[in-house]
Design a protein around this ligand. Structure first.
Ligand SMILES: [Zn+2]
Length: 89
């Protein structure tokens, strides 16, 4: 495990909250990257970077998520998860 770079290990991030009945204000929210834990497994960010590359390659080929998943013989959900770094290859 290593400190989450997104919230710098605090587990919370500042975000701007704006709703229909309230005016916008800055609030602390649970970090979406580590889910409030402040730590992530060491490979998380590497996986995320790989996923970003994956998506960039696909987009540069003009391929849709669906077409790419079909070509690879995997589900679109799985490919989407891989591109988001939630799943290892
Ligand atoms: Zn975090």
């Amino acid at each position: 495990m290593s400190d989450c770079k997104f919230c710098e290990g605090s587990g919370t991030v500042e975000c701007f909250f704006d709703g229909p009945s309230v005016s916008g204000f800055l609030t602390k929210a649970k970090c979406p990257e580590c889910n409030g834990a402040g730590v992530v497994d060491a490979e998380y960010f590497q996986r995320k970077e790989r996923g970003k590359d994956l998506r960039k390659d696909r987009v540069s080929r003009g391929e849709s998520l669906f077409d790419c998943a079909q070509r690879l013989g995997i589900s679109t959900e799985k490919l989407s998860s891989m591109e988001c770094g939630r799943l290892s290859e």
